[in-house]
Structures are given as structure tokens and as C-alpha cells.
Design a protein around this ligand. Structure first.
Ligand SMILES: [Zn+2]
Length: 317
């Protein structure tokens, strides 16, 4: 299975936390945590649509200015998500600059900041460049089961964890994954092409089997086109499997409540990115600073029955 996203720790396992999730078939990306992002070129930052911040300690939020500066000239909105108190922090960062020239920009860049409250409400506010990033309150909504973002192909869920302060853990869940058997396509006299993306979309939208799908491709003999019922293509050439689940957990104290919350969030995940700040002999240090040791992270990963563990956020100590 080729997941719809590739994941990259922007600063490796030792630098500031920031996990860049790049969509394979779209010019789009998500970011989990916003530490320094100088390693990301502007074109990759411009692909960001949603940024999820675990908490506002500097190593998780210092990249805000670079993202803001690069996105200022664009017209689309950027959504940010964080723990309780996050909207104020975004507002303060914006308010620390002088914006008297911003009206001269031809575009209207909009930031929409969300914070997940302990009761499960998702509170939101908008900051538009046209109005010099004055805060505008938006209606809040229930984030049932911690779902922050729900789209056709995936959802992003959060759990409120304890780091001495509230801190979010995230799960990216691809809803289903559609594999195409290229050899079976060939048996139907069809060739691969961009139309396969439309075919996958039709499956994800759960369109009726009778829906006509336009298969087309170009080769040396020109353009070929055929209309086929979705049901026939599904039965002959597609395999539908559960999608990938990727989790991201960092900066938490080791205790039973956090362990249970991580086990729920990351249950059965294909990949768990989890902090391993300290070695076991530094457990006392980890506890004082509200971080996990390698062994504690391993215990949490086992409790959640995840398939692959990617340790990161190592202390330079
Ligand atoms: Zn922290």
C-alpha cells in the first residue's frame, strides 16, 4: 500500500519538532508542530493548508514567523490548531508586528486559529491581513472524538494530554485506501493515467456502481477514451483496504492517564512518532521536565499496539 502522504521530520530526530505531511497526489501539505522550519523551502511552506501545534513551547512554535512571512502574499487561508489558550498566542504573535502597509497587498491572507477546549469544543477565530489581523470570533463547534479536521479522504484527530500544561497529540487517519491492479487494468484493455485519481475519488465518495467513469490516456497513437461503470472497474481492478493511520505524540508526562489517552489515540496505528527525550537513567529528569524516556515511550507504543515506532525529539544531553 502506498499511503496518500509521505511524512518527513523537518529537522531530523534531534532538532525542533515539525513533521511535514506531503500529499502524493495533490499540491498540499500538513504540518504537525511548528518548530523552526528554515529547512523547508518556500514552495513547500506554500503547500501548507493546516498546521497542528501540540503546545506553544518555543521549540514547537518558533517557526510561526517564517510560515506567516511566506504566506502573506497568498490568497488562501491557513488553518492553525492548538491547545487551550492557543488563539490568544496566535493573536499576540500577530499583534507584535506593525501592519500599516498591509492594506496595499493585493491579496487577503487569512489565518484561522482553533483551540481544543477540555470539554471537547473547538473554538475558532479569524485574522485577516485586510483588517490588519484584528481578531474576529468565529462560531465554535463540537470536536466529537477529538476530530479537528474531517475531509473526504482523511481526518485529523487530537487528544488532550498532560505536559504540566495542556498539550495535544495528533492522529492522521486516511479513511480508506484504494489500490489499483495495473495488470488487471491491462486485461480490460485500459492504461493508467490521471483518470485513476478520479476513479479513486469516485470510490471514496461512495458513488453508485452504475456511475460512468471516463478512462482515458494518450500514447503514440493519440488519445484513447472509454466509459465504464464504476462497479465493473471496482470488481475487476481495485482493491479497497483500510487507510494508513499515523500518530504524533510528544512532550508528555509519563502517567496512567496520558498512557490511556495515547493508547486510545494511537490504537493500531501504522506509524507512531513519539518523543524519546531522555534515556532511562534520566527518568527523574524526564519526569521533572514533563517528558518521556525511551523505555516509557516504548511502553506506550506497545499499549497502543502500533506497528512501527519512530522515536524523535532526543535530548542533546
Ligand atoms: Zn514542551
Amino acid at each position: 500500500m502506498r499511503p496518500i502522504i509521505t511524512a518527513e521530520l523537518v529537522n531530523g530526530p534531534f532538532g525542533d519538532p515539525a513533521l511535514y505531511l506531503d500529499f502524493r497526489f495533490e499540491k498540499r501539505a500538513l504540518l504537525l508542530d511548528l518548530g523552526e522550519v528554515n529547512a523547508l523551502p518556500a514552495k513547500k511552506l506554500l503547500r501548507l493548508t493546516d498546521v497542528f501545534v501540540t503546545h506553544a513551547h518555543m521549540d514547537h512554535f518558533a517557526g510561526f514567523d517564517r510560515v506567516l512571512r511566506i504566506c502573506l502574499g497568498r490568497d488562501t487561508a491557513l488553518a492553525l490548531y492548538g491547545p487551550p489558550g492557543f488563539i490568544d498566542k496566535v493573536g499576540h504573535r500577530l499583534a507584535s508586528y506593525t501592519w500599516n502597509r498591509i492594506e496595499n497587498y493585493p491579496n487577503d491572507f487569512t489565518l484561522v486559529a482553533h483551540e481544543l477546549e477540555p470539554g471537547g469544543r473547538l473554538v475558532a477565530a479569524r485574522f485577516r491581513s485586510r483588517s490588519r489581523f484584528e481578531r474576529e470570533t468565529l462560531p465554535d463547534r463540537a470536536a466529537s472524538d477529538g476530530v479537528l479536521l474531517e475531509e473526504q479522504a482523511f481526518r485529523v484527530r487530537a487528544a488532550l494530554l498532560d505536559h504540566g500544561i495542556p498539550c495535544l497529540g495528533f492522529a492522521f487517519e486516511e479513511k480508506m485506501h484504494v489500490n489499483v491492479w495495473k495488470n488487471r487494468l491491462a486485461e480490460l484493455g485500459l492504461r493508467a493515467g490521471p483518470w485513476l485519481q478520479e476513479l479513486k475519488q469516485a470510490v471514496m465518495k461512495d458513488l453508485p456502481d452504475a456511475t460512468r467513469v471516463r478512462a482515458w490516456w494518450e500514447d503514440g497513437e493519440g488519445r484513447h477514451e472509454q466509459l465504464l461503470p464504476l462497479g465493473e472497474l471496482k470488481a475487476a481492478a481495485l482493491q479497497i483496504v483500510p487507510g494508513e493511520k499515523l500518530c504524533y505524540v510528544t512532550d508528555i508526562v509519563y502517567h496512567a492517564q496520558n498512557e490511556a489517552a495515547v493508547a486510545r489515540l494511537a490504537a493500531g496505528a501504522d506509524r507512531l512518532y513519539i518523543e524519546c527525550v531522555f534515556l532511562d537513567q534520566d527518568a527523574g529528569h524526564g519526569e521533572r521536565k514533563g517528558h518521556l524516556t525511551a523505555a516509557q515511550a516504548g511502553r506506550m507504543a506497545r499499549a497502543a499496539e502500533v506497528k512501527t515506532v519512530v522515536p524523535f525529539h532526543f535530548s542533546p544531553r
